[in-house]
Design a protein around this ligand. Structure first.
Ligand code: NAD
Length: 503
């Protein structure tokens, strides 16, 4: 079934707006390699207009502007967005699958998560009304003090292509709940559903300028947005390389930034596991979303006494994974997102071979698929710590394997990485799992599973995987600032000139 994407413009100040330079970017379906439409390409000129629209949405207007409206009012809009997403779930999922190649079932889950995330932050927005003044107890009775939590202001949200609408929602929903006005710049590689979010906002009558959506290239739209002096904060998800550029841009203006970056996460499998169960989690942990998951547990560290049997089981698993057009029923692995990503993955695999690693399974295009950017699920053994395949993020369906003989060695191997996003441990000994979980240098740890992610729980990494946490109440705090208000309540004069040691 051929899908054509709706033709859209930039979304600025509550309206569709043609880019000033009238540029557009083709949208390629990675399963067919065919163009299915195009998206507008914003440049610095459009960024100027969008920032102005966002600032206008926050201009003080007796409680009627977005920032000073009660949380309950903002919640009403967030719930209306959630309801529309739910109503259009299957259509949006098809657009997502055609744009980025993820299996349709997974795209449907994403849309459910998107709606759930807007609902969750609607609840938190309402909760803000109850905690407008947080009193603080002070050691001096001549003073009283309270804290106000306030929206940061205009925020730039820059997002990647692997979960196009979901990654955008992780930022848009809490930013709007907090009372910020936002400018979203999704990835040029997959922006289609983000433009549909714009249509949803238009339909539900979100006040103009509260959410502006600028599709376009990183250097043409993302860079001027990140360095704009009237943007108060940047929230970024993407590669570590771009993350460091964003941080430099923010540093020039001493602007807060939160970064969700790449990973090379380990999964440690002990010798006391049920091999079938552990193999399924291992395969899911790296091949789900066509292997394009920031937290993919792409480094398997397995106890030497079960390694041969375990890897055989994984190879069998790989043979049973259905690789097909994402729209086909039962598809579990679709194409990777673009030709560039496809070539990058094949290069990683050929470099691994040239460095002496062994491709045990996969590593090539599946024979039955002549078109599309497909890579078979790939398992690589005989890996050394120094190899590129062990150290760098592939962002594709590639698992590499090393063995260990002691718990200490497993932890050392797991932590020997510049990244610190996810880590998983599989063992029937729960005390050991707790010990290993504590020892992992990562922001997210899974015990006896890999990848489950919940809107209520904090998400983010350490080391070069970034800093700051999304989701849960931490996600809301990303978009709020804290103001201390302290009042002198004594009738007596302060008397500083008499007794300077009073404080
Ligand atoms: P990317 O860094 O290439 O692009 C991300 C976004 O930044 C895009 O919107 C892009 O247009 C924009 N951009 C590029 N250059 C820019 C610049 N100079 N200034 C401002 N914006 C710029 O990343 P990608 O290829 O889209 O996504 C894949 C990466 O994202 C992987 O490394 C993956 O691990 C990471 N990721 C991390 C998480 C997480 O939660 N930690 C989640 C999803 C993806």
């Amino acid at each position: 079934m051929a899908i054509q994407i709706p033709s859209r413009q930039l979304f600025i100040g509550g309206e569709w707006r043609e880019p000033v330079l009238k540029k557009r970017i083709p949208v390629i379906n990675p399963a067919t390699e065919q163009a299915i439409g195009d998206i507008p390409a914003a440049t610095a000129e459009d960024v100027e207009i969008a920032v102005e629209a966002a600032r206008k949405a926050l201009a003080r207007n007796k409680g009627k502007d977005w920032a000073s409206a009660p949380g309950a009012v903002r919640a009403k809009y967030l719930r209306a967005i959630a309801a529309k997403i739910t109503e259009r779930k299957s259509e949006l999922a098809k657009l997502e699958a055609s744009d980025c190649g993820k299996p349709l079932d997974e795209a449907v889950w994403d849309m459910e998560d998107v709606a759930g995330c807007f609902e969750y932050y609607a609840d938190l927005a309402e909760g803000l009304d109850k905690q407008q003044k947080l009193s603080i107890s002070l050691p001096m009775e001549t003073f009283k003090s309270h804290v106000l939590k306030e929206p940061i202001g205009v925020v730039a949200l820059i997002t990647p292509w692997n979960y196009p609408l979901l990654m955008a929602t992780w930022k848009v929903a809490p930013a709007l709940a907090a009372g910020c006005a936002a400018i979203l710049k999704p990835s040029e590689v997959a922006s289609v559903t983000c433009l549909e979010l714009a249509e949803v906002c238009r339909e539900i009558g979100l006040p103009p300028g509260v959410l502006n959506i600028l599709t376009g290239l990183g250097h043409e739209a993302g860079a001027p947005l990140a360095s704009h002096p009237h943007v108060d904060k940047i929230a970024f998800t993407g590669s570590t390389l771009t993350g460091s550029k964003i941080m430099s841009a923010a540093a020039q203006q001493v602007k807060p930034v939160s970064l969700e970056l790449g990973g090379k996460s380990p999964i440690v499998v002990f010798d006391d596991v049920d091999i079938d169960k552990a193999a399924e989690w291992t395969a899911f942990g790296v091949f789900w979303t066509n292997g394009q998951i920031c937290s993919a547990t792409s480094r398997l560290i397995v106890h030497e006494s079960i390694a041969a049997k375990f890897v055989d089981r994984l190879v069998e698993w790989c043979k049973n994974i259905k690789i097909s057009d994402p729209m086909e029923e039962g598809c579990r692995l679709g194409p990777v997102v673009s030709e560039g990503q496809y070539q990058k993955i094949l290069k990683f695999i050929s470099t691994a071979k040239s460095e002496g690693a062994k491709v045990l399974s996969g590593g090539v295009r599946p024979e039955h698929l002549k078109k599309g950017f497909y890579v078979e699920p790939t398992i690589i053994t005989d890996v050394k710590n120094s190899m590129q395949i062990w150290r760098e993020e592939v962002f594709g369906p590639v698992l590499c394997v090393k063995t260990f003989s002691s718990e200490e060695e497993a932890i050392e191997l797991a932590n020997d990485t510049q990244f610190g996003l996810g880590a998983a441990v599989i063992s029937n000994d729960l005390e050991r799992c707790e010990r290993v979980a504590k020892a992992f240098q990562a922001g997210i740890v899974w015990i006896n599973c890999s990848q489950p992610c919940f809107t209520q729980a904090p998400w983010g990494g350490n080391k070069r995987s970034g800093f700051g946490r999304e989701l849960g109440t931490w996600g809301l705090d990303n978009y709020m600032t804290v103001k201390q208000v302290t009042q002198y309540i004594s009738d007596e004069p302060w008397g500083w000139y008499k007794s300077p040691s009073k404080l």
